[in-house]
Design a protein. Structure first.
Length: 480
């Protein structure tokens, strides 16, 4: 499902740079402009321009603890006798004489960087106007002491055109989502300038008004699908050039290993995005979008659904004798057993969807057994069945086995999805729903803590290639 309201909320609350930080950025940049204009610095300043994500309007909120950054170009006339390194070195020296910036500046290959106590960073890069040729602009590589052609304004215009073709700023929003995906997954490398170019390459002039860019999730699906098609058609690292500056090879940011990994990850996430988009059940679709973007996507709705399973169950039996005297799902289970579980109980949105690819062919049978213990590694009390009613404070030792009741070979491993539900677990911030490793081969220990009906499932993964070979049915744990 598209879940348009959830996407809008996710962008506004989690992905986009909030207004306070944006205002701080704007204020800092204006102060830097004033400071640079007042420097005792030889170059004549022609003007300033935003560059990168700030200029392209694809800047996103950083992850907790990380600063966000912006790029500011200082357009200047050439200084006779100066080499490329001089523009940066002299700018660094002049800014260092100002008390406000003395302890904040750093010097890098193409810019000086002003750091604001881990909150934000602003890169200031000199850009030389028409040093040798009319209409040619150059940035300075201090390390190599060379001038490099640059065309940032035309590149920004190219992206504005892509965004206009898609309409409703959907290109910018989808780009922000993919940058967020990159940052939270941390398992592929693609600098923002290269990622933005790759996405822009997937938009054509004939796409104007196309339904394939009708809204944010549709645009995301279209861009990632087209990018994956292009990547799969290029198994060897291709050359990706700046679309407005042929000499600049942006794909130089990759080596063969990084490209191969990026290609594989985009293919994986393309499958997840298509799966979430095509899912017709709302709660299942939320869970699948969370597999893509993490638990902050539709977080409020997810928590609400997980914590109100008793309300859903009681509502299904409202007006019948079954509901008489029943205060929650546990009470209903005590009366009628499995029939009390509400529709969709075993696929609640907060349950993390499998991140492993399913192996083709026949899936292996995975069974889960359980025994009640006085404590972890204490005394074994008795075997228990799914949906047995139990008291809090005890422990359960879960074990996974094959169809013959035997452990699996060491070439496999078990990941356990442990899911809590209902209001008591929500109040304790303990709804869980994630995957956990075995405590010992094929074994998982869990303490009985919160009133409610909870679930434990075993997922069988082959070690050699991380393929999913099978999963168990849910083992339901009912705590009084």
């Amino acid at each position: 499902m598209k879940l348009l309201q959830d996407f809008n909320a996710f962008l506004n609350e989690t992905v986009n740079l909030n207004s306070t930080r944006f205002d701080q950025l704007e204020s800092s940049i204006e102060s830097i402009k004033s400071a640079v204009r007042g420097l005792d610095w030889k170059p004549t300043i022609v003007g300033f321009a935003a560059q990168g994500s700030w200029a392209h309007k694809t800047i996103i909120k950083p992850l907790p603890g990380d600063p966000f950054d912006a790029d500011l170009l200082v357009y200047v006339k050439p200084v006779v006798g100066w080499e490329a390194k001089d523009y940066i070195n002299e700018l660094y020296a002049a800014m260092g004489k100002l008390g406000l910036y003395k302890d904040k500046i750093r010097r890098y290959s193409h810019c000086i960087t002003i750091e604001y106590a881990g909150e934000r960073k602003i890169d200031v890069a000199p850009c030389i106007k028409e040093r040798l040729q009319a209409d040619v602009w150059e940035v300075c590589n201090r390390d190599a002491n060379v001038f490099e052609k640059s065309n940032p304004l035309d590149y920004t215009d190219w992206l504005i055109q892509r965004n206009s073709i898609c309409g409703s700023n959907n290109f910018r929003k989808a780009t922000r989502l993919l940058k967020y995906l990159r940052d939270i997954k941390t398992n592929f490398t693609c600098p923002s300038f290269l990622l933005t170019t790759l996405l822009g390459m997937q938009v054509n002039t004939w796409d104007q008004g196309a339904t394939s860019f009708a809204d944010v999730p549709t645009t995301l699906k279209t861009l990632v699908g087209r990018l994956d098609d292009w990547l799969q058609a290029n198994p060897i690292r291709p050359t990706v050039r700046n679309p407005v500056l042929f000499e600049e090879i942006q794909s130089a940011a990759w080596d063969d290993t990084k490209y191969s990994n990026f290609r594989a990850k985009i293919n994986l996430y393309r499958g997840w995005i298509d799966d979430a988009y095509d899912e017709s059940d709302k709660e299942e679709s939320i869970g699948k979008w969370q597999r893509v973007f993490g638990e902050d996507f539709a977080a409020q709705a997810t928590s609400e659904i997980a914590s109100t399973v008793s309300k859903a169950a009681l509502s299904a039996f409202r007006g019948s004798a079954i509901a008489d005297g029943a205060v929650d799902l546990v009470a209903l289970v005590k009366k009628i057993g499995r029939a009390a579980l509400p529709h969709g109980f075993d696929r609640l949105p907060h349950m993390r969807r499998p991140r492993w690819r399913a192996a083709t062919g026949t899936q292996l049978t995975v069974n889960v057994g359980a025994q009640l213990w006085t404590s972890r590694y204490g005394q074994r009390i008795r075997p228990i069945a799914s949906l047995s009613l139990m008291q809090p404070g005890y422990w359960i030792r879960f074990n996974a086995s094959n169809n013959l009741g035997l452990p699996f070979p060491d070439t496999y491993k078990i990941h356990w999805r442990v899911t809590n539900t209902d209001e008591v677990a929500r109040r304790e911030n303990a709804l869980r729903g994630d995957y956990y490793p075995s405590d010992e081969p094929w074994i998982r220990w869990e303490r009985l803590s919160y009133r409610g009906v909870h679930m434990v499932e075993a997922f069988l993964v082959r070690r050699a290639d991380e393929m999913l070979l099978g999963k168990s049915d849910p083992f339901y744990v009912a705590i009084e």
